[in-house]
Design a protein around this ligand. Structure first.
Ligand SMILES: Cc1cc2nc3c(=O)[nH]c(=O)nc-3n(C[C@H](O)[C@H](O)[C@H](O)COP(=O)(O)OP(=O)(O)OC[C@H]3O[C@@H](n4cnc5c(N)ncnc54)[C@H](O)[C@@H]3O)c2cc1C
Length: 327
């Protein structure tokens, strides 16, 4: 009978991503109710020494698949390997991060395993010993509670930045097991030759703690300078609405929303953004939302915790100065 919770730890350049620690933390909190052990699967090249950290957040066991061919994510390679390891370990629940990579992996893996999967969940619970996941539908207008059929594992991806991190316990060390990596070279149809880093070097929007976003109200690419200044002052990343991206003012990877990135920072400051449903779909789970807009009727104010009705080109520089004075 299927048993235990397995999470796929996501790493980039050998560093485990924060969302994976968030999932382990949440699962550890659920583990008592489920009465299940937590196993993390860590895949990559030269990543074995990172396994103990997963234990500090709550993993009882870490299975490490370490191979130079696994340095970069490819759907073919990762799905084949994970499907084999899932079948061999037979977990009752399988959780993956709802990052770009995680969503790609989960969709393909669920098809390979022949099980259902709930994408982009914002809460996990347990009812009668079974996983219940909460996920947004209709672009975040409604939240649906999802249960799973008898087929296991019950699969879900978890949105970054929504689940609190456990305090890591350095005295905890998980059982670490090496997995045998059997990859059929002929089945690997894509090969990543190199990964080119964004010159900005800022924190990825999906993991950012604070985001300052701009929309059509920024008037042009040069308008974003005031947002960059505020972002620098408070240690935030800069995002954008689709209008700003479509106009060529910002790169596509800055886009927040239904067809952009889904973010959940502690602080989201929306400047010159009207608050269309497709934008809200990408940021409505932010913990504190501040809107700066000269139109008091802008829909963003219905979502905002704090609002300023005024010209952003007056408000944002004043805010930046005030933050700088605070030191
Ligand atoms: C299938 C589909 C997918 C989409 N996906 C996305 C998505 O992922 N992300 C996304 O953002 N949108 C998305 N959209 C587009 C979305 O519907 C809106 O068109 C878009 O979000 C509007 O962007 P905006 O708020 O920047 O522009 P606008 O709606 O034009 O709003 C600009 C705002 O700026 C304010 N403003 C202007 N000047 C100032 C000033 N000086 N000071 C203060 N405020 C000022 C105005 O009052 C206004 O409220 C999608 C649409 C579709 C159909």
């Amino acid at each position: 009978m299927a048993q235990g919770v397995m999470i796929i730890a996501e790493q980039r350049e050998g560093e485990i991503r924060k969302v994976s620690f968030e999932i382990v933390s949440e699962v550890k909190r659920l583990a008592d109710k489920l009465g299940q052990k937590v196993t993390a699967l860590l895949i990559g090249s030269s990543v074995r020494d990172k396994a103990p950290k997963l234990g500090q957040y709550g993993a009882d066991k870490v299975i490490v698949a370490d191979d130079p061919r696994l340095q970069y994510y490819t759907a073919d390679g990762y799905v084949a390997l994970i499907a084999d390891l899932v079948k061999a370990n037979d977990p009752a629940i399988l959780l993956i991060s709802a990052s770009v990579q995680g969503k790609d992996l989960a969709a393909r893996l669920s098809a390979r395993l022949g099980v259902g999967m709930a994408q982009d969940c914002t809460a996990l619970g347990v009812e009668s010993g079974n996983l219940v996941a909460t996920r947004p539908v209709y672009a975040g207008k409604v939240y649906a509670k999802v249960t799973f059929s008898d087929n296991t594992p019950h699969m879900a991806t978890v949105r970054p930045n929504v689940m609190p991190l456990n305090q890591p316990d350095p005295s905890k060390s998980p059982e670490v097991v090496n997995a045998t990596v059997n990859l059929d070279e002929k089945a690997l149809r894509t090969k990543v030759i190199d990964a080119v880093k964004d010159a900005g070097g800022k924190v990825d929007l999906t993991e950012a703690d604070k985001i300052v976003s701009g929309g059509r109200g920024m008037k042009g690419p040069e308008g974003f300078k005031v947002l960059e200044d505020l972002a620098d002052a408070i240690g935030a990343s800069v995002g954008a609405s689709r209008s700003a991206v479509d106009a060529g003012w910002r790169p596509h990877h800055d886009q927040v929303g239904q067809t952009g990135k889904v973010v959940s920072p502690n602080l989201y400051i929306a400047c010159g953004i009207s608050g269309a449903i497709q934008h809200l779909a990408g940021m409505s789970t932010s913990k504190v939302i501040v809107a700066i807009n000269k139109d008091p009727e802008a829909p963003i104010f219905q979502k905002a915790d704090y609002g300023v009705v005024d010209d952003l080109f007056k408000v944002v520089p004043a805010l930046t100065e005030a933050v700088k004075k605070l030191g």
